[in-house]
Ligand binder design. Structure first.
Ligand SMILES: Cc1ncc(C[n+]2csc(CCOP(=O)(O)OP(=O)(O)O)c2C)c(N)n1
Length: 599
């Protein structure tokens, strides 16, 4: 059987085929669909954990109980999971533990472009990197084998292009699952106090030596001798790009990107005349090859940033501009992202943008409101940072900062990493105001469940944490809930809370307009502008709502033309009925009463 699969679907399939029945993760592009696909297989346990550190700990617990456990996250998620991960390298796995890091060269959907291959070296954990969907399916199986053979967590690194592009995959019969779980006590291995950890430290170094030997004969570290004039060492998606433009060169394609097979690389280098390393982002492989004392060309001609494509590689190697440089020459009009029509975040940020406050932002759909015309968010660093930053800023400003600092955070992000900094605010008597943008889902990554939605990843009903109660329990006494469609109340409540002494929280609550479970309840009539009543003041355009546009007087239809000219307006607002979902925000701010439901 063959199927067209994305890299993410193939990883899930490979895990299922090789008997994995346990997975934990936190959503994040480009990794999300791995968990969503895996969760659909029969007999598996798959959970969205509140964050990546928890997912890592859940996976480690399952592995220590003898299971084959998979932990899934995007590249920055590994920063969050790093604490347990580094020491999991010491404890080893008992069962098997594979950590999937989905990196994002070109920052298609991320706040940074970090190259997570460094984590493999840093945490002394082997890393495999597939270059297409078929390999993605096979490599996850190999990753579990390596984990079991060497008693170590193993990384599988994917990149956006591998995760999201589709190619043909041959399916295999899933292995018959043998339950190897059971409780095993082994304090010297599992209790990482200094005395035990010191011994494990030595074991890790021995393990790395053994893994280096393993790398020399590992079947996926593959040499393809051809034209010996040029030899290319590469891994992952760039392999496909180079093969496209230079099919006749010789290749050493690395399936295991850490640790490197020194002897194999040496053998390859000796046979070819000119040696290149072609890798996206950092010179991770190149620097190690140089440290082996081998002459190689890499980042002196290839870019450090962004994804490659066949055109870039051809240009760099030939040193001339390439006519085949595919994506480089296509000019695409810029289409900046925007909040959806009817997005509940819009009302809140419309108000915040007009207040004289600094808004420390966070990561989620609402981050888009930093742009014109809303301009209601003034910083964004990483998930959860908004609350700590608001607190720090407010403390540093002292009296000057009173009523001037607001932190905003989404519901999923609050539960991911906002609880501890809010506890800090209560504990250290902050003066900042925090707004939790509660749209009842993890919208930005595609509507995943989280601990306050009342549903699990596998669709079961479960406990839903009450955000008001949680915030109160952390020690915040002033908690208000507002509807962001009610702009006037939002403004009044924000001003009241900003005027108060001590920390406050406002929960801006309304479901995401795209949220499947609740969209039917939200169906509304689209709105229209009465050109006769519209004064052309443009106030409604300040919302930046996609259906709202400006129609110049010269472009008015004959019917509207006379009326517009009579009133000497430069034009009027109009609403695209195909986009409008009738949220009514524009109606609320229109002073002329010119916006009404379409008849
Ligand atoms: C450490 C980390 N993990 C995951 C992500 C991907 N990510 C960005 S924002 C976000 C959550 C957004 O949900 P929410 O806070 O509820 O805001 P919404 O998009 O619903 O407005 C996720 C999962 C990330 N950027 N960083």
């Amino acid at each position: 059987m063959k199927e067209l699969m994305s890299g993410n679907e193939a990883i899930a399939r490979g895990a299922f085929e090789c008997g994995v029945r346990f997975a934990a993760g936190y959503p994040g592009t480009p990794s999300t669909e791995i968990m969503e696909s895996f969760a659909k297989y029969p007999g598996v346990y798959a959970e969205w954990s509140p964050n990546e550190k928890v997912a890592m700990e859940v996976g480690l617990g399952a592995a220590l109980a003898g299971a084959r456990a998979m932990v899934v996250m995007k590249h920055v998620g590994v920063n969050v999971a790093a604490d347990p991960l580094f020491t999991a390298s010491y404890t080893g796995t008992n069962g098997a533990l594979v950590v999937i890091t989905a990196d994002d060269p070109s920052l298609h959907s991320s706040q940074n472009e970090q190259d997570n291959r460094h984590y493999a070296r840093f945490a002394k954990i082997p890393m495999l990197e597939p270059s297409d969907s078929q390999e993605a399916k096979e490599y996850i199986k190999l990753a579990f084998q390596v984990s079991e053979q060497f008693d170590t967590p193993v990384f599988l690194r994917s990149t956006t292009r591998v995760s999201h592009s589709k190619s043909i995959v041959s399916l295999d019969e899933p292995l018959k699952v043998v339950d190897r779980t059971g409780i095993r006590f082994d304090a010297e291995k599992f209790v990482m106090v200094p005395m035990n950890a010191r011994k494990r430290r030595v074991i890790i170094e021995n393990r790395m030596q053994n893994l280096k030997e393993f790398a020399e004969t590992f079947s996926e570290n593959r040499i393809e001798f051809n034209d010996l004039e040029v030899g290319i060492i590469t891994a992952g998606m760039p392999y496909n790009y180079i093969k496209d433009v230079f099919p006749n060169y010789s290749y050493l394609k690395l399936g295991l990107v850490y640790p490197l097979p020194e002897k194999l690389i040496r053998r390859f280098a000796e046979r070819v005349n000119k040696l290149y390393v072609i890798e996206e982002l950092d010179p991770f492989i190149e620097e190690q090859i140089r440290a082996f004392g081998i002459e190689v060309t890499g980042k002196s001609i290839f870019p450090y940033t962004n994804e490659f494509d066949p055109g870039i590689i051809e240009e760099c190697i030939s040193g001339r501009h390439s006519l085949t440089s595919s994506t480089q020459n296509i000019i695409i009009p810029p289409r900046p992202p925007n909040l959806c029509p009817g997005c509940p975040h819009r009302g809140l940020f419309y108000v915040l943008g007009k207040l004289d406050v600094f808004v420390t932002g966070d990561i989620g759909c609402y981050t888009l409101s930093y742009m014109k015309p809303l301009e209601g968010l003034h910083s964004c660093v990483c998930m959860g940072a908004s609350i700590g930053m608001a607190h720090g800023m407010s403390k540093a400003l002292g009296e000057k900062g009173k009523g001037k600092v607001v932190g905003v955070i989404g519901d999923s992000t609050f539960l991911h990493s906002g609880i501890t900094p809010l506890l800090d605010m209560a504990y250290n008597r902050s003066n900042a105001l925090i707004v939790i943008c509660d749209n009842r889902t993890t919208a930005m990554t595609g509507m995943q469940e989280h601990p306050s939605t009342g549903f699990t990843l596998q669709g079961e009903k479960t406990a839903a944490v009450d955000l008001v109660g949680l915030v109160n329990t952390l020690g915040i006494n002033s908690v208000r809930v507002v509807d962001p469609y009610d702009i006037k109340t939002v403004k009044d409540v924000l001003l009241e809370e900003l005027a108060k002494e001590g920390p406050s929280v406002v929960i801006s609550r309304r479901s995401c307009v795209l949220f499947k479970r609740e969209t039917s309840a939200q169906k509304r009539m689209s709105l229209a502008v009465d050109p006769e009543k519209c004064t052309g003041c443009r106030l409604c355009l300040d919302l930046g709502c996609p259906p709202l546009a400006w129609k110049d007087r010269d472009n008015l239809s004959l019917q509207d033309d006379g009326k517009a000219r009579l009133k000497k307006r430069k034009g009027v607002a109009e609403i695209d009925r195909n986009l409008c979902n009738g949220c009514g925000l524009c109606q609320k701010i229109c002073r002329a009463g010119a916006i009404m439901e379409e008849i």
